[in-house]
Write a protein that binds this ligand. Structure first.
Ligand code: ATP
Ligand code: MG
Ligand code: ZN
Length: 507
């Protein structure tokens, strides 16, 4: 007998339809899978056999051939298992109904259990796009799949339930549509914990307002990690599109669960400095997203930047430039988006106290140079802002005055972001940090006072053209925070504080 049913394959972010065709021939018992299956798919045979026997059904005596079409695309992983099983049940005549309007994805475990798969959200989107009425996914993936509208999603936990439902002996209810909710970053952290540090606080606000990458430099205990950890609390909530985009990446990475079906607060990823290049940007024979993509629409925080291997950091340059990662493999190339704010923290020297008013630095000039050279110029260049953080003086730490809360700062940031969204609507970029250079004159207009001040500072500090560009972009963010149509001299002064040329260390 011959049968056919439907499944979905994944490569990177791309889901593609797969037809599963089964034919049982008379003859020697044999079980083959064709259609460019990899080792993982070939192992499906054992899992399918075990699932069949878990139902107390005898495996067919003859030769079973299952073909995965289209035959020219490599198939990998275990997500086809359930479709293979359903197709076999049809070919055996156990299941008589047509499944032409249904899609099946899921990995089979022993004793007929159905286990979760990666990418269920993308798979469901494709099924809907291709006009299918129903998709059967593992129970654990049902919630993330149910974000997709206009398709019935069934979460199943065993082949027994699946079969009973398909033959009409029980009725499983479909998963109700799950509507992404815009959530604010929730947690214990708040900017009201950060005493003093007025300049650094303003700097973080400016970074948040314009999406600028920021490098925090200061001695141990000066509060770098504390400031960085609180950045998500002053960013505006994610939009629905952002939630879906980011959640989709987590779905593909297998990082969603039924308790946590969507990423609805901006991600804050803080990989350890021992991470590999592949861990950072993604990799593997079946490419999976790395930290940069898991930070999509959020923040990637590299604490102790100088401790990272230089070669690990180098791989960040291209993703930072293009907002996406492309991983090439013989079987094709996978592309993952990665629009994130890069925040990094480091000490100014190996002992940590260069330039500190607190304690004397014990490093030689050569040691300092060596230490700083661990971070390449081109990478340093990706940071619009450098914030020097001095240890907080005692009177600031002991003051009774409550510092401003994250909520108050966030309101200003939101307003600044709204101005940018309006100004850049339909232009393909969203924030001041990403204004293409050829648009600078159009979007960074200055008042005559500001022009004059900028010109003076440019000459005084012997700025490079690139530094000038950075300052204009930051000044645009300052103007958006302050509600100025044109950049004025106050905005220029604010921006100038956060450039490396007046940094004590990074000459
Ligand atoms: N401005 C501040 N207001 C209140 N507490 C502070 C402030 N700065 C630092 N602290 C306290 O000091 C601790 C150490 O700060 P943090 O870990 O952020 O320093 P760091 O600069 O990251 O140091 P390291 O270089 O060692 O990583 C914080 O947990 C916090 O309790
Ligand atoms: Mg720290
Ligand atoms: Zn030192």
């Amino acid at each position: 007998m011959f049968s056919i049913t439907n499944s979905v394959g994944m490569f990177g972010m791309n889901a593609f339809p797969v037809n599963v065709e089964t034919e049982i021939f008379k003859g020697h018992p044999q079980f083959d899978i064709s259609g460019l299956p990899d080792v993982g798919v070939k192992e499906s045979r054992d899992r399918v056999k075990s699932a069949v026997s878990s139902l107390g059904i005898a495996f067919p005596k003859g030769r079973v051939l299952i073909n995965l079409a289209p035959a020219n695309v490599k198939k990998s992983g275990s997500a086809y298992d359930v479709a293979l099983f359903v197709s076999l049940m049809q070919a055996m005549g156990v299941l008589k109904l047509s499944t032409s309007d249904k899609v099946f994805v899921g990995e089979l475990g022993l004793h007929g259990r159905i286990r979760s798969v990666k990418g269920a959200m993308s798979m469901t989107m494709l099924a809907r796009k291709n006009g299918f009425q129903e998709i059967y996914v593992p129970k654990e993936n049902a919630k993330e799949a149910s974000v997709v509208e206009n398709i019935r999603v069934y979460g199943v936990s065993s082949v027994e339930d699946l079969m009973l439902h398909l033959v009409g002996r029980i009725i499983l209810s479909s998963e109700p549509h799950y509507e992404p909710k815009m959530a604010q970053f929730e947690g214990m952290l708040d900017f009201c914990d950060v005493r003093g540090q007025f300049k650094a606080r303003r700097g973080m606000e400016l970074a948040a307002a314009g999406g600028h990458n920021v490098l925090l430099v200061g001695s141990p205990g000066s509060g770098k990690s504390m400031l960085a950890n609180r950045l998500p609390t002053i960013l505006p909530p994610m939009t629905k599109e952002e939630i879906l985009e980011t959640s989709n990446i987590y779905s593909i990475a297998g990082a969603l669960s039924s308790e946590n079906p969507l990423i609805s607060a901006r991600p804050f990823r803080s990989p350890h400095h021992t991470i590999s290049s592949a861990g950072l940007v993604g990799g593997g024979s079946i490419p999976i997203p790395g930290e940069v993509s898991l930070a999509h629409n959020g923040i990637l925080f590299l604490d102790e930047l100088a401790e990272f291997h230089r070669s690990t950091l180098e791989v960040l340059r291209q993703p930072l430039e293009s907002g996406k990662v492309v991983i090439s493999r013989v079987s094709g190339s996978a592309e993952y988006p990665c629009n994130f704010m890069l925040v990094a923290a480091m000490n100014p020297c190996p002992c940590g106290y260069y330039g500190s008013p607190q304690k004397k630095c014990t490093c030689t000039e050569k040691q300092i140079r060596q230490y700083l050279s661990r971070i390449s110029g081109p990478l340093l260049d990706r940071f619009d802002m450098h914030i020097d953080i001095d240890p907080i003086p005692y009177e600031d730490l002991s003051t009774k005055e409550k510092p401003e809360s994250s909520e108050t700062i966030r309101e200003r940031v939101k307003n600044a972001r709204n101005r940018q969204a309006e100004r850049y609507a339909g232009m393909g970029f969203y924030d001041n940090a990403n204004i293409p250079d050829h648009f600078l004159d159009k979007f960074c207009q200055m008042t005559p006072d500001a022009e004059e001040l900028f010109g003076k500072l440019y000459m005084f500090y012997h700025m490079s053209a690139r530094t000038g560009i950075r300052i204009k972009k930051m000044a645009r963010s300052a103007a958006d925070l302050h509600g100025h149509e044109k950049i004025n001299s106050e905005d220029i002064s604010m921006a100038v504080q956060f450039r490396g040329f007046n940094s004590k260390y990074l000459q």
